[in-house]
Design a protein around this ligand. Structure first.
Ligand code: SF4
Ligand code: SF4
Length: 485
């Protein structure tokens, strides 16, 4: 590494590219995904350099998993085994330093750098192979590929071991690596000029400072500190909390890999309908105009017919439902779409440090979701949620989450929440209005939820209670959960 140069990890540059504020003082947020990655990396490193009989080397390496609960131990042990299958012994000479591929550029008179790292090097006389360990589902980022393409020398090969995908392959290098690197240096330049720019979005779900950045304000104004445990409960996890805490906690706290991904036609249609509707409605001053349906048809020309017909029908139902409620479009203003709204609550609870030691301390629980549309109605705050399924009791909790989030962040004294349903029964709008007395009872309700989350032992994924019921049929963990099987 060159002395005196400010280097950024590609992981951080990627985060900066989504939101400048995401790099800043955090809470002590246990990141089970990252902790497990470190445990697996330590086990692989120990195994690679241990010349003992393989059975002994594996046993010694697995001691790295001993402080984890049985479920996480099993996940780590499985991934470790996958690595040994992808990269079997005997191996050429092995080095286990962190190897960095770096690029440097002068920005405003100062040298800045970016680097991507590789965990293991296999070396023989003519060739060096560098291996990047990936233990999650995410693919390698474009900037990592570009740095490899820009810096590799003859006789060097760069590979990823993507354990979950059973994939051990040479990194595919983009043809426009120089452009990609240049664009990320530009992102660094913009970040250094304005570090305080918050840009909420789906990436908030992966952020470790949602209770500190101001986007999800703390209800009593308390300021979370770096020694608090932080945890983020997304809207869907929040809704599962009332049925089975294990389901919520496995997603929110322990990052247990899901058994199945929902890739149904309905799910895809729902996503597409949201996306087109948001494009049509955001900042639109002529929502009920005669030519609006034609405009949507033009947007849909490249869409598959099985989707476009349904999207058009649902959008017409949506507009009719909205038209029945709104007397004058001047009263309605839709300013934002897919906007992060929510709030944080600080409670006494259990906190773990990097050595997995537990102590009683404060826990900052952030509840948040991406509101479909946000604006104003009759001079008050407005959140619109688009639903392609049936009405549900969960919709009230969702409305409460967004209403309190809008009050605190957008300083609204009253907030309307519209749920607009477009399902097999046609279009329907359900209106709720929240004011001071409702906000008090919402806070009480969510304080109870925050307390339950704060009591989870962050080191033990089997500590939160489980509750078997009809909802198990929709759970992400039907195979992993021992009680359901
Ligand atoms: S929670 Fe979202 S808005 Fe806040 S810092 Fe993180 S990414 Fe940015
Ligand atoms: S399968 Fe049922 S009991 Fe098990 S985590 Fe899921 S919802 Fe809970």
């Amino acid at each position: 590494m060159k002395q005196g140069i400010k280097f950024y990890k590609t992981y951080d540059v990627k985060k900066i590219s989504q939101c400048h504020e995401s790099i800043g003082p955090k809470t002590l947020t246990p990141n089970s995904r990252l902790d497990r990655w470190s445990g697996i990396n330590n086990a692989i490193s120990d195994w690679l350099i241990n010349d003992a009989d393989d059975e002994v080397a594996i046993k010694v390496a697995e001691e790295n998993f001993q402080f984890y609960d049985p479920l996480q131990r099993k996940i780590m042990s499985d991934l470790f085994e996958r690595f040994r299958t992808l990269v079997p012994k005997p191996l050429p000479q092995v080095n286990i330093d962190f190897f960095r591929q770096e690029v440097i550029k002068e920005i405003d008179g100062e040298q800045k750098g970016m680097y991507t790292s590789f965990q293991y090097q296999l070396q023989d006389e003519d060739n060096s192979e560098y291996i990047k360990l990936k233990a999650g589902v995410s693919d390698l980022e474009d900037i990592d590929r570009a740095i490899v393409a820009d810096t590799k020398l003859d006789g060097e090969t760069f590979l990823t071991a993507q354990l979950i995908k059973d994939d051990f392959d040479e990194i595919k290098e983009p043809s426009n690596s120089k452009e990609i690197i240049e664009s990320y240096f530009q992102i660094i330049r913009e970040f250094e000029e304005n570090r305080k720019k918050a840009t909420p979005g789906l990436h908030c779900y992966m952020c470790d400072r949602p209770s500190r950045c101001g986007q999800y304000p703390v209800v009593d104004g308390q300021e979370p500190k770096s020694n608090f445990r932080g945890i983020l409960i997304s809207k869907s996890n929040l809704l599962n909390l009332e049925t089975c805490e294990r389901w919520t906690s496995w997603r929110a706290q322990y990052a247990i890999p899901k058994d199945v991904e929902n890739e149904s036609f309905e799910a895809e249609l729902g996503q597409k309908f949201h996306s087109y509707s948001q494009k049509m409605l955001e900042k639109n001053k002529n929502i009920f105009g005669d030519k609006e349906i034609e405009r949507l048809k033009e947007m849909l020309v490249d869409e598959e017919e099985k989707f476009s017909i349904q999207i058009l029908k649902k959008y017409e139902e949506l507009i009719n439902a909205l038209d029945n409620e709104v007397e004058d479009q001047k009263e309605l203003e839709i300013k934002l779409s897919e906007y992060g709204l929510g709030f944080s609550i600080v409670k006494d609870g259990i906190v773990s440090n990097s050595k997995m030691e537990l102590r009683d301390d404060k826990v900052a629980v952030t509840f948040m979701g991406q509101a479909d549309l946000v604006g104003r109605y009759k001079g008050k705050g407005l959140v619109i949620e688009l639903k392609t399924g049936q009405e549900s009791n969960d919709d009230l909790t969702e409305a409460e989450l967004y209403a309190l989030g809008a009050k605190l962040l957008l300083k609204e004294d009253e907030v309307y929440v519209f749920h607009i349903y477009t399902n097999k029964d046609g279009g329907k709008l359900k209106k709720r209005k929240f004011g001071e007395s409702e906000f008090d009872s919402i806070i009480k309700k969510f304080e109870d939820k925050a307390q339950r989350v704060s009591n989870w032992n962050p080191n033990d994924s089997l500590s939160p209670s489980f509750n078997v019921g009809d909802w198990c049929a929709n759970c992400d963990y039907q195979t992993t959960c021992p009680e359901y099987r």
